[in-house]
Design a binder for this molecule. Structure first.
Ligand SMILES: [Zn+2]
Ligand SMILES: [Zn+2]
Length: 324
């Protein structure tokens, strides 16, 4: 996805309201009041993948009027109507903590202060799940876009004081390049500005590491190129004890329509033609090989499988587990 413009005043407000290193006052704290409050329970979901302990972290949601920002708007609108879904739809923003026993690895960081009040809850939910920002050794970015990299920094300061950030070299080569910014259409300028605001603090600290295509970054964690939506979009394939999970980032924005028709694109796709080919390849791999999938914008916690029947892909959410 991408991101509304954030004013300096909003950023200043967020900085003053938020200490970077101290435990933040939980936005959920007032839920101890009796009666109904307009707030959900903390958004985290735990499960195991072999030896890896995984916590899906909700950063919140982002309302999007999808027919206005997707190809074939009439087909998209009809699909939402047939599914009895109101528009704009609330798209989940999911991130993941992988506790390998040796390292704590965060995959994506949510939107931070870039998206407004329905998101930016990742660090609060990390605390609710038993970890803190200081615990994070490594951050794997699926790509640079405000809802994935926006939570890296607030007010120009890193939120994660120890973490080394990994990303495919193609994304910083695009989003941090003055030359690319000068060539970009006006509606992408905000993303370039926000990329500098949130990623540059790690570049300055020598904590941004790039990789180039398929790489095993850590034992049991390898990168899967998914280029198209952004130049360097990357999935992370986890494998432990023979079990596999692909955290695919932005392969699907609108589950209601893009599993059935993978040729539907969204305005945020930098290369829509490549994004379609990638989506078809990734869906085919997931359906044929049957591994578990985690999607950044599938309804929280967004863990499940891809099925293929009658010539169409479909999403099968994993059953809820009370005892992970
Ligand atoms: Zn996204
Ligand atoms: Zn994106």
């Amino acid at each position: 996805m991408k991101f509304p413009f954030v004013s300096a005043a909003m950023l200043a407000l967020a900085v003053s309201a938020c200490s970077i290193t101290a435990k933040p006052a939980s936005p959920l704290a007032h839920s101890v009041a009796t009666g109904w409050v307009a707030q959900q329970a903390p958004g985290f979901y735990r499960f195991r993948l072999g030896d890896f302990r995984i916590t899906v972290l909700s950063d919140g949601t982002a309302p999007r009027d999808l027919p206005k920002i997707m190809s074939k708007p009439e087909a998209v609108r009809a699909a939402f109507t047939a599914s009895h879904q109101a528009l704009p739809v609330e798209l989940s923003i999911n991130a993941y903590l992988i506790d390998t026993g040796e390292k704590r690895i965060l995959v994506d960081t949510g939107a931070g202060v870039l998206f407004g009040p329905s998101s930016g809850y990742l660090v609060a939910n990390l605390h609710a799940g038993g970890y803190s920002a200081e615990d994070i050794d490594v951050i794997l970015l699926t790509h640079i876009h405000g809802d994935h990299s926006g939570g890296l920094s607030i007010g120009g300061k890193p939120v994660f004081p120890k973490a080394i950030v990994y990303v495919d070299r193609r994304d910083p080569a695009h989003w941090l390049s003055a030359e690319e910014e000068a060539k970009a259409p006006a509606n992408r300028r905000t993303t370039f500005v926000q990329s500098h605001q949130t990623v540059d603090p790690y570049v300055r600290a020598g904590r941004l590491q790039t990789f180039d295509g398929p790489t095993e970054l850590f034992p049991g964690i390898r990168t899967v190129p998914e280029y198209g939506h952004t130049p360097g979009l990357t999935g992370y394939m986890l494998e432990s004890e023979g079990k596999q999970l692909l955290l695919w980032g932005d392969i699907i924005h609108a589950a209601e329509v893009q599993f059935a028709d993978p040729t539907l694109t969204i305005d945020y796709d930098v290369d829509p033609v490549m994004a379609i080919a990638t989506r078809q390849r990734v869906l085919q791999g997931a359906a044929r090989q049957g591994y578990l999938v985690g999607g950044a914008h599938l309804s929280f916690p967004g863990i499940g499988h891809v099925r293929f029947d009658n010539g169409r892909y479909a999403w099968v959410p994993a059953p809820y587990q009370a005892k992970p």
